[in-house]
Design a protein around this ligand. Structure first.
Ligand code: ZN
Length: 433
Protein backbone atom coordinates (compact mmCIF):
# COMPACT_ATOMS: atom_id res chain seq x y z
CA UNK A 1 0.00 0.00 0.00
CA UNK A 2 1.26 3.48 -0.94
CA UNK A 3 0.80 5.25 2.38
CA UNK A 4 1.34 8.71 0.86
CA UNK A 5 -1.70 8.04 -1.34
CA UNK A 6 -3.75 7.05 1.71
CA UNK A 7 -2.81 10.26 3.47
CA UNK A 8 -3.36 12.38 0.37
CA UNK A 9 -5.82 10.41 -1.77
CA UNK A 10 -6.04 13.27 -4.27
CA UNK A 11 -2.39 12.87 -5.21
CA UNK A 12 -2.09 12.88 -8.99
CA UNK A 13 -0.83 9.84 -10.86
CA UNK A 14 2.61 10.26 -12.31
CA UNK A 15 2.59 11.56 -15.87
CA UNK A 16 2.39 9.18 -18.83
CA UNK A 17 4.93 9.90 -21.57
CA UNK A 18 3.36 11.80 -24.45
CA UNK A 19 4.72 12.12 -27.96
CA UNK A 20 3.43 14.74 -30.38
CA UNK A 21 4.34 13.96 -33.97
CA UNK A 22 4.11 16.20 -37.06
CA UNK A 23 3.72 19.21 -34.79
CA UNK A 24 4.21 22.79 -35.84
CA UNK A 25 5.94 24.29 -32.80
CA UNK A 26 5.22 27.94 -32.04
CA UNK A 27 8.37 29.68 -30.81
CA UNK A 28 7.35 33.06 -29.38
CA UNK A 29 10.94 33.96 -28.41
CA UNK A 30 12.03 33.88 -32.04
CA UNK A 31 8.62 34.74 -33.46
CA UNK A 32 8.77 31.71 -35.78
CA UNK A 33 7.41 28.22 -36.39
CA UNK A 34 9.29 24.93 -36.31
CA UNK A 35 7.70 22.62 -38.88
CA UNK A 36 7.27 18.87 -38.77
CA UNK A 37 8.57 18.42 -35.23
CA UNK A 38 8.34 15.56 -32.77
CA UNK A 39 8.04 16.51 -29.11
CA UNK A 40 8.27 14.03 -26.27
CA UNK A 41 7.25 14.75 -22.69
CA UNK A 42 8.06 12.66 -19.65
CA UNK A 43 7.55 13.21 -15.91
CA UNK A 44 6.17 16.68 -16.58
CA UNK A 45 9.04 17.93 -18.72
CA UNK A 46 9.75 18.27 -22.42
CA UNK A 47 12.55 15.75 -22.80
CA UNK A 48 13.12 15.64 -26.54
CA UNK A 49 12.42 17.80 -29.58
CA UNK A 50 13.31 16.44 -33.02
CA UNK A 51 12.82 19.00 -35.72
CA UNK A 52 13.31 17.09 -38.98
CA UNK A 53 10.43 14.69 -38.53
CA UNK A 54 12.53 11.68 -39.45
CA UNK A 55 13.08 10.06 -36.06
CA UNK A 56 10.67 7.55 -34.63
CA UNK A 57 10.78 7.44 -30.87
CA UNK A 58 7.31 6.15 -30.15
CA UNK A 59 7.72 2.35 -30.27
CA UNK A 60 7.59 1.89 -26.53
CA UNK A 61 4.28 3.74 -26.03
CA UNK A 62 0.61 2.82 -26.24
CA UNK A 63 -1.13 4.29 -29.28
CA UNK A 64 -3.15 6.85 -27.34
CA UNK A 65 0.04 8.47 -26.01
CA UNK A 66 1.21 9.28 -29.54
CA UNK A 67 -0.70 12.25 -30.87
CA UNK A 68 -0.46 13.10 -34.55
CA UNK A 69 -0.71 16.87 -34.86
CA UNK A 70 -0.56 17.17 -38.65
CA UNK A 71 -1.70 20.71 -39.44
CA UNK A 72 -2.00 21.64 -35.76
CA UNK A 73 0.14 24.01 -33.73
CA UNK A 74 1.87 23.35 -30.43
CA UNK A 75 2.25 26.51 -28.35
CA UNK A 76 3.64 27.13 -24.86
CA UNK A 77 0.93 27.40 -22.18
CA UNK A 78 -0.28 30.93 -21.48
CA UNK A 79 0.61 33.03 -18.43
CA UNK A 80 -1.68 35.75 -17.07
CA UNK A 81 0.42 38.10 -14.91
CA UNK A 82 -2.39 40.01 -13.22
CA UNK A 83 -5.40 38.17 -11.81
CA UNK A 84 -7.43 38.25 -8.59
CA UNK A 85 -8.86 34.78 -8.11
CA UNK A 86 -10.45 35.69 -4.77
CA UNK A 87 -12.85 38.21 -6.34
CA UNK A 88 -15.04 35.40 -7.68
CA UNK A 89 -18.18 35.52 -9.85
CA UNK A 90 -21.57 35.64 -8.19
CA UNK A 91 -22.38 39.33 -7.79
CA UNK A 92 -23.31 41.92 -10.40
CA UNK A 93 -21.35 44.93 -9.17
CA UNK A 94 -18.28 45.76 -7.11
CA UNK A 95 -20.27 47.19 -4.20
CA UNK A 96 -21.77 43.76 -3.44
CA UNK A 97 -18.31 42.32 -2.86
CA UNK A 98 -17.89 44.23 0.39
CA UNK A 99 -20.14 41.64 2.06
CA UNK A 100 -18.61 38.54 0.51
CA UNK A 101 -16.99 36.36 3.14
CA UNK A 102 -13.69 34.57 2.70
CA UNK A 103 -15.52 31.24 2.88
CA UNK A 104 -17.85 32.09 0.01
CA UNK A 105 -14.89 33.24 -2.05
CA UNK A 106 -12.80 30.18 -1.25
CA UNK A 107 -15.56 27.76 -2.28
CA UNK A 108 -15.88 29.49 -5.63
CA UNK A 109 -12.17 29.82 -6.41
CA UNK A 110 -11.90 26.28 -7.86
CA UNK A 111 -14.43 27.33 -10.50
CA UNK A 112 -12.32 30.38 -11.41
CA UNK A 113 -9.13 28.32 -11.58
CA UNK A 114 -10.59 25.50 -13.68
CA UNK A 115 -12.03 27.98 -16.18
CA UNK A 116 -8.63 29.66 -16.57
CA UNK A 117 -7.01 26.30 -17.22
CA UNK A 118 -9.67 25.49 -19.84
CA UNK A 119 -8.83 28.75 -21.62
CA UNK A 120 -5.15 27.72 -21.87
CA UNK A 121 -3.64 29.56 -18.91
CA UNK A 122 -1.22 27.14 -17.28
CA UNK A 123 0.32 29.74 -14.92
CA UNK A 124 -1.11 32.85 -13.29
CA UNK A 125 0.25 35.59 -11.07
CA UNK A 126 -2.26 36.70 -8.44
CA UNK A 127 -1.69 40.37 -7.61
CA UNK A 128 -3.60 40.39 -4.34
CA UNK A 129 -5.92 38.08 -2.44
CA UNK A 130 -4.91 34.49 -3.21
CA UNK A 131 -3.70 32.44 -0.26
CA UNK A 132 -0.95 29.89 0.16
CA UNK A 133 -3.69 27.35 0.95
CA UNK A 134 -5.24 27.55 -2.52
CA UNK A 135 -1.82 27.58 -4.20
CA UNK A 136 -0.89 24.40 -2.34
CA UNK A 137 -4.25 22.79 -3.08
CA UNK A 138 -3.53 23.20 -6.80
CA UNK A 139 0.07 21.96 -6.43
CA UNK A 140 -1.03 18.87 -4.53
CA UNK A 141 -3.83 18.01 -6.93
CA UNK A 142 -6.79 18.67 -4.58
CA UNK A 143 -8.26 20.92 -7.29
CA UNK A 144 -7.22 21.53 -10.90
CA UNK A 145 -5.91 24.97 -11.78
CA UNK A 146 -3.05 26.94 -13.25
CA UNK A 147 0.27 27.10 -11.39
CA UNK A 148 0.00 30.02 -8.97
CA UNK A 149 2.46 32.78 -8.14
CA UNK A 150 0.95 34.88 -5.37
CA UNK A 151 1.39 38.29 -3.73
CA UNK A 152 -0.65 37.39 -0.65
CA UNK A 153 -2.24 40.68 0.35
CA UNK A 154 -1.26 43.80 -1.58
CA UNK A 155 0.15 46.54 0.66
CA UNK A 156 -1.71 49.85 0.67
CA UNK A 157 -1.48 53.06 2.70
CA UNK A 158 -4.45 54.36 4.71
CA UNK A 159 -6.87 55.93 2.24
CA UNK A 160 -4.96 54.30 -0.61
CA UNK A 161 -6.14 52.04 -3.42
CA UNK A 162 -6.46 49.09 -1.07
CA UNK A 163 -8.49 50.90 1.60
CA UNK A 164 -12.14 50.00 1.02
CA UNK A 165 -13.57 52.38 3.64
CA UNK A 166 -15.64 55.30 2.40
CA UNK A 167 -15.12 58.91 3.52
CA UNK A 168 -17.90 58.70 6.13
CA UNK A 169 -16.48 55.63 7.77
CA UNK A 170 -14.76 57.00 10.88
CA UNK A 171 -13.60 53.70 12.36
CA UNK A 172 -9.82 53.73 12.52
CA UNK A 173 -8.01 50.67 11.36
CA UNK A 174 -4.87 49.40 12.97
CA UNK A 175 -1.59 48.73 11.22
CA UNK A 176 -1.59 45.61 9.10
CA UNK A 177 -5.35 45.10 9.10
CA UNK A 178 -6.79 43.33 6.09
CA UNK A 179 -9.04 45.23 3.70
CA UNK A 180 -10.33 43.03 0.86
CA UNK A 181 -7.35 41.91 -1.21
CA UNK A 182 -5.05 44.35 0.62
CA UNK A 183 -3.46 45.09 3.95
CA UNK A 184 -3.23 48.66 5.28
CA UNK A 185 0.27 49.75 6.35
CA UNK A 186 1.67 53.19 7.18
CA UNK A 187 5.24 54.09 8.14
CA UNK A 188 8.46 52.31 7.20
CA UNK A 189 8.19 50.20 10.36
CA UNK A 190 4.84 48.73 9.32
CA UNK A 191 6.08 48.32 5.76
CA UNK A 192 9.04 46.25 6.97
CA UNK A 193 6.88 44.19 9.26
CA UNK A 194 4.00 43.38 6.93
CA UNK A 195 6.10 42.84 3.81
CA UNK A 196 7.92 40.25 5.91
CA UNK A 197 4.55 38.86 7.10
CA UNK A 198 3.36 38.40 3.53
CA UNK A 199 6.56 36.58 2.61
CA UNK A 200 6.30 34.44 5.74
CA UNK A 201 2.75 33.54 4.74
CA UNK A 202 3.88 32.34 1.33
CA UNK A 203 3.93 35.39 -0.96
CA UNK A 204 6.14 34.83 -4.01
CA UNK A 205 6.53 38.60 -4.56
CA UNK A 206 5.21 41.82 -3.02
CA UNK A 207 2.49 43.95 -4.56
CA UNK A 208 2.08 47.57 -3.49
CA UNK A 209 -0.60 50.10 -4.27
CA UNK A 210 1.77 52.84 -5.40
CA UNK A 211 -0.84 55.25 -6.72
CA UNK A 212 -4.55 56.00 -6.94
CA UNK A 213 -6.96 53.49 -8.42
CA UNK A 214 -10.32 53.14 -10.09
CA UNK A 215 -12.30 51.02 -7.66
CA UNK A 216 -11.08 52.76 -4.47
CA UNK A 217 -13.59 55.22 -3.02
CA UNK A 218 -11.42 57.94 -1.45
CA UNK A 219 -8.39 58.44 -3.69
CA UNK A 220 -7.79 59.92 -7.12
CA UNK A 221 -5.93 58.34 -10.02
CA UNK A 222 -3.24 61.04 -9.95
CA UNK A 223 -2.39 60.47 -6.28
CA UNK A 224 1.03 59.14 -5.43
CA UNK A 225 0.78 56.70 -2.53
CA UNK A 226 3.44 55.70 0.01
CA UNK A 227 6.48 57.83 0.80
CA UNK A 228 9.94 57.08 -0.57
CA UNK A 229 10.92 55.68 2.84
CA UNK A 230 7.96 53.29 2.87
CA UNK A 231 8.60 51.96 -0.63
CA UNK A 232 12.31 51.66 0.11
CA UNK A 233 11.51 49.54 3.17
CA UNK A 234 9.31 47.17 1.16
CA UNK A 235 11.87 46.88 -1.66
CA UNK A 236 14.57 46.05 0.90
CA UNK A 237 12.47 43.26 2.40
CA UNK A 238 11.67 41.77 -1.00
CA UNK A 239 15.27 41.93 -2.23
CA UNK A 240 16.60 40.39 0.97
CA UNK A 241 14.26 37.45 0.33
CA UNK A 242 15.40 37.08 -3.29
CA UNK A 243 12.21 38.42 -4.81
CA UNK A 244 10.76 41.68 -6.11
CA UNK A 245 8.10 44.38 -5.72
CA UNK A 246 5.49 45.29 -8.31
CA UNK A 247 3.42 48.45 -8.05
CA UNK A 248 -0.11 49.42 -9.02
CA UNK A 249 0.67 52.75 -10.75
CA UNK A 250 -1.12 54.61 -13.51
CA UNK A 251 0.70 57.93 -13.80
CA UNK A 252 4.26 58.90 -14.82
CA UNK A 253 4.80 60.42 -11.39
CA UNK A 254 3.81 57.26 -9.50
CA UNK A 255 5.71 55.01 -11.93
CA UNK A 256 8.89 57.09 -11.73
CA UNK A 257 8.80 57.23 -7.95
CA UNK A 258 8.43 53.44 -7.76
CA UNK A 259 11.11 52.46 -10.24
CA UNK A 260 13.68 54.91 -8.88
CA UNK A 261 13.27 53.16 -5.52
CA UNK A 262 13.88 49.71 -6.98
CA UNK A 263 10.37 48.47 -7.85
CA UNK A 264 10.73 45.91 -10.67
CA UNK A 265 7.21 45.77 -12.13
CA UNK A 266 4.45 48.26 -12.93
CA UNK A 267 0.80 47.16 -13.08
CA UNK A 268 -1.64 48.98 -15.44
CA UNK A 269 0.51 52.04 -16.40
CA UNK A 270 -2.28 53.45 -18.58
CA UNK A 271 -1.22 57.09 -18.30
CA UNK A 272 2.47 56.54 -19.03
CA UNK A 273 4.41 59.12 -21.08
CA UNK A 274 7.37 58.61 -23.39
CA UNK A 275 9.98 59.79 -20.88
CA UNK A 276 8.72 57.27 -18.32
CA UNK A 277 8.50 54.45 -20.88
CA UNK A 278 12.13 55.05 -21.88
CA UNK A 279 13.17 55.07 -18.24
CA UNK A 280 11.40 51.73 -17.69
CA UNK A 281 13.11 50.21 -20.72
CA UNK A 282 16.50 51.42 -19.56
CA UNK A 283 16.01 50.05 -16.04
CA UNK A 284 14.53 46.75 -17.30
CA UNK A 285 11.23 47.31 -15.47
CA UNK A 286 8.27 45.17 -16.57
CA UNK A 287 4.90 46.62 -17.52
CA UNK A 288 1.72 44.57 -17.11
CA UNK A 289 -1.21 46.41 -18.70
CA UNK A 290 -4.71 45.13 -17.96
CA UNK A 291 -6.93 46.67 -20.62
CA UNK A 292 -9.78 44.18 -20.72
CA UNK A 293 -10.85 44.99 -17.16
CA UNK A 294 -11.56 48.58 -18.21
CA UNK A 295 -13.50 47.44 -21.27
CA UNK A 296 -15.60 44.93 -19.33
CA UNK A 297 -16.19 47.18 -16.28
CA UNK A 298 -17.78 49.67 -18.61
CA UNK A 299 -19.75 47.10 -20.60
CA UNK A 300 -21.10 45.36 -17.50
CA UNK A 301 -21.69 48.49 -15.43
CA UNK A 302 -19.59 46.92 -12.70
CA UNK A 303 -18.40 50.14 -11.01
CA UNK A 304 -19.99 52.94 -9.00
CA UNK A 305 -20.56 56.26 -10.83
CA UNK A 306 -17.37 57.84 -9.42
CA UNK A 307 -15.28 54.83 -10.34
CA UNK A 308 -16.86 54.63 -13.80
CA UNK A 309 -15.71 58.19 -14.56
CA UNK A 310 -12.13 57.28 -13.56
CA UNK A 311 -12.39 54.13 -15.66
CA UNK A 312 -13.34 56.05 -18.79
CA UNK A 313 -10.18 58.16 -18.65
CA UNK A 314 -7.75 55.26 -18.26
CA UNK A 315 -9.50 53.06 -20.83
CA UNK A 316 -8.99 55.66 -23.54
CA UNK A 317 -5.32 56.12 -22.71
CA UNK A 318 -4.53 52.45 -22.14
CA UNK A 319 -4.14 51.36 -25.75
CA UNK A 320 -1.82 54.24 -26.59
CA UNK A 321 0.18 53.43 -23.45
CA UNK A 322 0.83 49.82 -24.37
CA UNK A 323 1.97 50.77 -27.86
CA UNK A 324 4.23 53.52 -26.52
CA UNK A 325 5.80 51.12 -24.02
CA UNK A 326 6.48 48.36 -26.57
CA UNK A 327 7.94 50.87 -29.04
CA UNK A 328 10.20 52.25 -26.30
CA UNK A 329 11.52 48.74 -25.62
CA UNK A 330 9.74 47.99 -22.34
CA UNK A 331 9.16 44.31 -21.59
CA UNK A 332 5.37 44.13 -21.62
CA UNK A 333 3.47 41.25 -20.00
CA UNK A 334 -0.07 39.94 -20.36
CA UNK A 335 -2.52 40.85 -17.59
CA UNK A 336 -6.28 41.04 -17.19
CA UNK A 337 -7.25 42.14 -13.64
CA UNK A 338 -10.82 40.89 -14.10
CA UNK A 339 -13.02 40.88 -11.02
CA UNK A 340 -16.25 39.12 -10.05
CA UNK A 341 -18.48 38.24 -12.99
CA UNK A 342 -15.92 39.44 -15.56
CA UNK A 343 -13.42 36.54 -15.37
CA UNK A 344 -14.97 34.90 -18.43
CA UNK A 345 -13.46 37.68 -20.60
CA UNK A 346 -9.83 36.76 -19.77
CA UNK A 347 -8.86 35.75 -23.32
CA UNK A 348 -10.40 38.91 -24.80
CA UNK A 349 -7.25 40.77 -23.73
CA UNK A 350 -5.61 39.16 -26.80
CA UNK A 351 -8.16 40.77 -29.11
CA UNK A 352 -7.96 44.15 -27.36
CA UNK A 353 -4.17 44.29 -27.76
CA UNK A 354 -4.44 43.11 -31.36
CA UNK A 355 -5.44 46.60 -32.48
CA UNK A 356 -2.04 48.09 -31.52
CA UNK A 357 0.51 45.23 -31.31
CA UNK A 358 1.70 42.39 -33.54
CA UNK A 359 0.63 38.79 -32.78
CA UNK A 360 4.22 37.92 -31.96
CA UNK A 361 4.52 40.80 -29.44
CA UNK A 362 1.25 39.74 -27.79
CA UNK A 363 2.17 36.05 -27.61
CA UNK A 364 5.55 36.98 -26.10
CA UNK A 365 3.77 39.01 -23.42
CA UNK A 366 1.83 35.90 -22.34
CA UNK A 367 4.77 33.47 -22.54
CA UNK A 368 8.48 34.42 -22.59
CA UNK A 369 8.10 37.92 -21.13
CA UNK A 370 5.75 36.66 -18.44
CA UNK A 371 8.13 33.84 -17.53
CA UNK A 372 10.93 36.36 -17.06
CA UNK A 373 8.73 38.53 -14.83
CA UNK A 374 7.97 35.44 -12.73
CA UNK A 375 11.72 34.68 -12.60
CA UNK A 376 10.87 31.33 -14.23
CA UNK A 377 12.47 31.91 -17.64
CA UNK A 378 14.63 28.81 -17.20
CA UNK A 379 11.57 26.53 -17.07
CA UNK A 380 8.37 28.24 -18.30
CA UNK A 381 7.15 30.16 -21.35
CA UNK A 382 8.77 28.15 -24.16
CA UNK A 383 8.77 24.68 -25.65
CA UNK A 384 12.35 23.62 -25.05
CA UNK A 385 14.08 20.49 -23.86
CA UNK A 386 14.22 20.51 -20.06
CA UNK A 387 11.34 22.99 -19.73
CA UNK A 388 8.06 22.21 -17.96
CA UNK A 389 5.58 20.54 -20.33
CA UNK A 390 2.93 23.30 -20.36
CA UNK A 391 1.52 23.08 -23.87
CA UNK A 392 -1.48 24.07 -25.95
CA UNK A 393 -2.68 22.29 -29.06
CA UNK A 394 -4.09 24.97 -31.34
CA UNK A 395 -6.10 24.70 -34.53
CA UNK A 396 -4.63 27.89 -36.00
CA UNK A 397 -1.37 29.81 -36.00
CA UNK A 398 -1.30 32.42 -33.19
CA UNK A 399 1.66 34.20 -34.82
CA UNK A 400 -0.58 34.94 -37.77
CA UNK A 401 -3.80 35.66 -35.87
CA UNK A 402 -3.52 36.11 -32.10
CA UNK A 403 -7.30 36.42 -31.72
CA UNK A 404 -7.63 32.64 -32.12
CA UNK A 405 -6.66 32.49 -28.43
CA UNK A 406 -9.84 34.43 -27.77
CA UNK A 407 -11.87 31.78 -29.64
CA UNK A 408 -11.23 29.08 -27.09
CA UNK A 409 -13.95 26.56 -27.98
CA UNK A 410 -12.98 26.62 -31.63
CA UNK A 411 -9.20 26.89 -31.47
CA UNK A 412 -7.78 25.68 -28.15
CA UNK A 413 -8.02 21.94 -28.77
CA UNK A 414 -6.16 20.75 -25.69
CA UNK A 415 -4.31 22.12 -22.66
CA UNK A 416 -1.40 20.23 -21.13
CA UNK A 417 0.00 21.33 -17.76
CA UNK A 418 3.00 19.65 -16.14
CA UNK A 419 2.80 16.97 -18.84
CA UNK A 420 -0.84 16.06 -18.02
CA UNK A 421 -3.77 16.70 -20.35
CA UNK A 422 -6.02 18.94 -18.24
CA UNK A 423 -8.47 20.08 -20.93
CA UNK A 424 -9.40 18.52 -24.26
CA UNK A 425 -11.85 19.49 -26.97
CA UNK A 426 -10.43 16.95 -29.42
CA UNK A 427 -11.34 13.25 -29.28
CA UNK A 428 -7.75 12.26 -30.19
CA UNK A 429 -6.45 13.66 -26.90
CA UNK A 430 -7.45 11.77 -23.77
CA UNK A 431 -7.84 13.68 -20.50
CA UNK A 432 -5.53 12.78 -17.62
CA UNK A 433 -7.43 14.71 -14.94
ZN1 ZN B 1 -5.42 44.32 -9.87
Amino acid sequence: MDISRVIKPWKLNSQRDLVFVNAIIVDPAEGKLIQNATVRTSEGKVIQIVADGSTTITDDLPEENVINLTGKYLSPGLIDCHVHITVVPGEADLRSYKDMTEQISLLRQPYVLKSMLDRGFTSIRDCGGASLAIKEAVEEGVIPGPRLFIAGHALSQTGGHGDLRGSHDIKLCCGGSISGISRIVDSPAECYKYAREELRQGADFIKIMGGGGIASPTDRIEHVQFSDEEIRAIVTVARNAGTYVTSHSYTPRAIQQAIKLGVRGIEHGNLIDLETAKMMAEMDVFLTPTLITHVMSKQMNFLSADSAAKNKEVLERGLQAIKMAVDAGVTVCFGTDLLGPMHFAQSKEFSVRNSVLTPSQILCSATVNAARLLMQEHRLGQIREGFVADLLILKGNPLEDITILDQVEEHVLAVIKDGRVVASRWEKVKLDI
